[in-house]
Write a protein that binds this ligand. Structure first.
Ligand code: NAP
Length: 284
């Protein structure tokens, strides 16, 4: 089994973004991302820290707005304020949200032109309709990795394990747009392992450490592990039991070092696209 090097896939995207920051600065634009964090979740914290580091590395301004004891109205007010702030070009609302607050409810307060992680239902609707939009970066990273690995998606049987609005559903839509035949599985799916074991490409986004074992993987399949599950020692592990699938999968994205670095660079690239549009008069 080959381990797919997410950092290597991310490197040219990062280089292009670094050049784009320089170009935008030349136009008098200081591109800026605002990350709204309404949770103290450990995996979210890890992702936020890595995003801030990555933004600094390409020269992009990044602010983290932590909301303690966030309420629905507090989050909405913060998102509306950032949406109206001309110094902010991209807004990322981190999850999980506080109990009783749904992403669909509050993400509508992110201006679509700044919705760099495609969370606003309006952005998701455009994705469904096949219109240009910012797709959720993690879902886009899944497709970016498969493309850069030369995996033929047209006609491929792809199983997406997980149906969240953040990962599973948008990944399925993007894969469908790439002409794959997509099955989306979830906690109520019957014969889950049997279905997954039919896939040429398996995308695991369940949020359960080591959930995907050998019985889920068809020999020769490419496995994309989106899961980021914190362990007791502070590290992260994926949804896939890498040792168990090693004899079956052709290739696997490791955790960390697979989907994460690509997601980060696609998100930063979206911020730069949004910043560029702000100069030319807003999104087309
Ligand atoms: P989520 O909202 O909790 O969704 C998990 C999905 O998995 C749900 O659709 C759920 O089914 C399904 N599921 C849970 N247990 C299952 C089981 N026993 N059998 C079958 N399906 C099951 O999680 P998420 O936000 O999509 O995130 C998934 C993972 O990706 C997490 O580890 C998260 O940390 C990670 N993540 C990584 C990145 C990155 O850039 N690498 C970005 C975002 C998220 P139901 O719908 O039926 O409940």
């Amino acid at each position: 089994m080959r381990l797919i090097d997410g950092a290597a896939i991310a490197a040219p995207i990062r280089a292009a973004s670094t050049a784009e920051v320089t170009r935008l600065r030349g136009l008098g634009i200081e591109p800026r991302l605002a990350i709204v964090v309404p949770t103290d979740d450990e995996a979210t914290d890890w992702y936020t820290r890595s995003l801030v580091r990555a933004a600094e590395r390409v020269g992009l301004g990044c602010q983290v707005d932590r909301l303690i004891d966030a309420t629905r109205s507090g989050i909405a007010a913060q998102l509306a304020e950032l949406s109206a702030d001309p110094a902010v070009h991209g807004i990322l609302l981190q999850t999980p949200l506080p109990d009783g607050v749904s992403l669909a409810e509050v993400s509508g307060d992110i201006a679509p032109g700044k919705d760099v992680d495609g969370a606003n239902p309006a952005s998701l609707g455009r994705l469904v309709a096949g219109r240009p939009t910012f797709a959720p970066a993690t879902a886009a990273a899944v497709v970016e990795i498969l493309r850069s690995e030369g995996v033929e998606l047209a006609g491929a049987r792809v199983v997406v394990l997980g149906r969240s609005t953040v990962v599973g559903k948008p990944a399925a839509l993007l894969l469908l747009a790439a002409d794959a035949t997509v099955t989306v599985c979830h906690s109520r799916t019957a014969d889950l392992a049997g279905l997954c074991a039919q896939a040429d490409v398996l995308v695991a986004a369940v949020g359960r450490a080591g959930f995907v074992g050998a019985g889920f993987v068809r020999p020769g399949a490419v496995v994309i592990d989106v899961g980021t599950n914190p362990t007791a020692d502070g590290s992260l592990v994926g949804d896939v039991d890498a040792a168990a699938v090693a004899d079956r999968a052709a290739a696997l994205t490791p955790v960390p070092g697979g989907v994460g670095p690509v997601t980060t660079q696609l998100l930063l690239r979206n911020v730069l696209t949004a910043a560029g549009r702000s100069w030319s008069g807003g999104p087309g």
